[in-house]
Design a protein around this ligand. Structure first.
Ligand code: ZN
Length: 296
């Protein structure tokens, strides 16, 4: 099953159409995309009947890319993993971690799959990532049971302001990666049963103008999705609707020689096999003088 957030309404994607959940369920489920995680197993049962076509007559919506918002817009917790691909560990000149390095992206940074991102500085970097959405509460969950607690997978970008991230004696990962718009996700949430090999998906990003920036496979993760869920849930209960940004492969800009960063006018295209594509235009900080037509 594929779920989308269309203009703030949760929808099930069926073929080329979008079934509006609140209307199709006669109000049993609300329009709020975050609220489906209040009863994810019940929602899955209902939604599977929609996909089979028995519960819906006519609910297709005409949807534009601009209508799509973050499929999971207001998680209670967002976990993010540093240094989780060996080739990225090497380019960043760290040693391979023995346990996952964990930080957060504060939820106010989450954005839709096609959202424009305002660049606060000239040192904003890209990080294509697989994002896991938790479906059921996880507390000390084993690796073997972990996939059964996953609601679905999304594409994500862990956009990173490198100067702030690395400032000070203890790096500011969480703050440097949480400017508004720094967490685009989507374009849809895809449930694990839709994948033949959910632990081995191509992942990457490129500039729309053409240059491939990152390309890898999620089978290269140092800590796999089940291992991350087991290790995180050994400490923090994972709650329905929580997100895990699982880490990025090699190819970020900040460790290149010379460094390369996003600039206004770039369109960053990010993908994960079997899920879809994010398309995020980068724009300059809004300057009140230029907005008023004042030069200089
Ligand atoms: Zn990252």
């Amino acid at each position: 099953m594929r779920l989308a957030n269309v203009g703030g309404r949760v929808t099930v994607v069926v073929g080329d159409g979008y079934v509006d959940v609140e209307r199709a369920s006669s109000g049993r489920f609300s329009r709020d995309p975050q609220a489906v995680f209040g009863d994810w197993p019940g929602f899955r049962l209902w939604a599977d009947s929609v996909v089979e076509g028995s519960a819906v007559q006519e609910t297709s919506l005409g949807v534009l890319a601009a209508d799509l918002d973050a499929p999971v817009p207001a998680p209670r917790q967002v976990f993010a993993i540093a240094l989780n691909y060996a080739d990225h560990v090497r380019e960043a000149a760290y040693s391979v971690p023995e346990s996952p390095g964990v930080f957060t992206k504060f939820p106010s940074c989450l954005a839709g799959p096609n959202a424009a991102v305002v660049l606060p500085t000239g040192t904003v970097d890209w990080e294509a990532e697989l994002v896991v959405v938790i479906g059921e509460r996880c507390e000390k969950v084993s690796e073997a049971a972990a996939w059964s607690r996953v609601a679905g997978l999304m594409v994500g970008q862990d956009l990173s302001e490198r100067r702030l991230q690395m400032a000070g004696p203890a790096p500011q990962f969480s703050l440097g990666k949480s400017f508004p718009g720094f967490g685009p996700t989507g374009p849809v949430l895809v449930t694990p049963d839709e994948f033949d090999h959910p632990n081995d998906l191509e992942i990457g990003c490129r500039l729309e103008a053409g240059e491939i920036l990152q390309k890898s496979r999620t089978s290269n993760l140092i800590f796999s999705v089940p291992e991350l869920i087991a290790r995180l849930s050994a400490v923090c209960p994972l709650l329905p609707g929580d997100l895990i940004f699982t880490g990025t492969p090699a190819g970020v800009g900040g460790t290149r020689v010379p460094p390369k960063f996003l600039t206004a006018g770039d369109v960053l295209v990010s993908w994960v096999e079997g899920i879809g594509t994010l398309r995020n235009p980068m724009v300059a900080v809004d300057n009140p003088f230029s907005r008023a037509g004042v030069q200089g």
